[in-house]
Design a protein around this ligand. Structure first.
Ligand code: IMO
Ligand code: MG
Length: 426
């Protein structure tokens, strides 16, 4: 069976967790490939409400193996908390031995670096994700598998911690990290995590060779991608589909489909250009009404209209063959809804998404106003229940993005889902 990727198509928080929990019924494996506990995925079903940062959103299904791939950066304290809160065991969760560790000095550096950036701060989640990827690239990182080799760790750690402390104290004037306590921490992590650590490439290949579906769970979104997003206001990994090939060790021939998750409007947390942002009272009202506050940091999310230019760009860089639209019900009862169909940059109309964050910050959205609908779409599960206004809105988004809508989310709960076309063929 092939693999199916479900990828954030905006600036994160599109509702990926809910969709993954819904799709996981037909999956053998749910695998995460990028980011770390900067993600915040909410899953709501009969078993309760789950706010997950690191473990994949397939954990509510007992038949599912949840995989944390090599492309993820892992804070073992967060992982162990999620393992214990959700009573996970090694038959349901595997962590790649090649995934890099988020160490206490990464968390310290994330905050110190943001302070130094001052007014040009990125607004990171402060979880140490960026500094952990920096160390991975500069070949200073520690990998999950190394926890199982305390002798090697005891040789490498003193030099790394000494170097990090130079930076923390001499450049940032921060408090040094204590080597002994870091070493003790790694020994505890090793004991508690050992049974979950394994090479996951073989596990995934075996499932694909047999009869299982592998669903690839994106974190963050295309517009936060290190290469394709609104650089430098991005995260430090590749949430776009390419990241899943390297982040799990899979080949492109394994993919049966790549779907993009789009919220019916837009949100963004942290700094950076956001052309369709709705500022002022209307933005505040929508945020309160929709409960748009971050799962990871609790920060107020910035609110904006659907951005068709950015949406089409995200579809291109990921090769989406399906669109999943979430939070349609949030638009119920609005008199009219705006969608951005082009930008005007320095007086010139364009439908190209600019490469440069400075240029993007000068982009003025060209809006089309679409009539709203009075009927409720909440919890509808059949296409025949869609009112004509909501249907027209979905069709307009499909047209702008250039991809067919396959699933519509009509509420936060698992069952509040309308499947127009099966993402995974039955
Ligand atoms: P999920 O998986 C929304 C944003 C941060 C910041 C930027 C860099 O829930 O969609 P980082 O801590 O990654 O170095 O911060 O990226 N960001 C997210 N925004 N949803 C997320 O994840 C995010 N993960 C990171 O707000 O602007
Ligand atoms: Mg989130």
């Amino acid at each position: 069976m092939p693999a199916y990727a479900v990828i954030g198509a905006q600036w994160g928080d599109e509702g990926k967790g809910k969709i993954i929990d819904f799709l996981a019924e037909n999956a053998a494996v749910i695998a995460r490939y990028s980011g770390g506990n900067n993600a915040g995925h909410t899953v709501i079903n009969d078993a309760g409400t789950f706010k997950l940062h690191l473990v994949p959103s397939g954990i509510c299904w007992p038949h599912v193996m949840n995989v944390i791939g090599n492309g993820v950066v892992v804070d073992p304290d967060v992982l162990l908390k999620e393992i214990s809160e959700n009573k996970l065991d090694p038959s349901r969760l595997a962590v790649s031995d090649r995934a890099h560790l988020i160490m206490p000095y990464h968390v310290a550096l994330d905050r110190l670096e943001e302070q130094r950036r001052g007014s040009s701060a990125i607004g990171t989640t402060g979880r140490g994700v960026g500094p952990a990827y920096v160390d991975k690239v500069s070949r200073l990182g520690l990998r999950v598998g190394e926890l199982l080799d305390p002798e090697d760790l005891s040789l490498r750690l003193p030099d790394i911690v000494a170097f990090k402390n130079e930076i923390i104290t001499k450049i940032y004037g921060g408090e040094p990290i204590e080597l002994d306590s870091v070493f003790e921490l790694t020994m505890r992590w090793a004991t508690e995590l050992a049974a979950f650590i394994r090479p996951v490439e073989d596990l995934i290949a075996e499932v694909l060779e047999s009869d299982g579906n592998v669903i690839i769970e994106g974190a963050q979104g295309a517009l936060l991608d290190l290469d394709h997003g609104t650089y430098p206001y991005v995260t430090s990994s590749n949430p776009t589909v390419g990241g899943s090939l390297t982040g799990l060790g899979m080949g492109p021939n394994s993919y049966g489909g790549v779907a993009g998750v789009y919220k019916a409007y837009c949100t963004r947390v942290g700094a950076g250009p956001f052309p369709t942002e709705i500022e002022g009272e209307l933005g505040d009202r929508i945020r309160e009404m929709a409960g748009e506050f971050g799962v990871t940091t609790g920060r107020a999310r910035r609110i904006g209209w659907f951005d068709g230019v950015a949406g089409r760009y995200a579809a291109r860089v990921n090769g989406f063959d399906g669109m999943i639209i979430t939070r349609l019900d949030t638009l119920d009862g609005w008199e009219e809804i705006k969608v951005c169909v082009a930008y005007e940059i320095d007086g010139v109309r364009t439908d190209q998404f600019p490469v440069d964050a400075v240029m993007l910050s000068r982009a003025k959205p060209v809006y089309e106003t679409i009539p709203g609908w009075t009927e409720s779409t909440r919890a509808i599960t059949r296409a025949s229940q869609l009112n004509s206004g909501a249907k027209a809105y979905i069709e307009r988004l499909e047209d702008l993005v250039g991809v067919q809508a396959k699933i519509i989310s009509t509420g936060p709960r698992r069952e509040e889902t309308l499947v127009l076309t099966d993402l995974i063929p039955k």
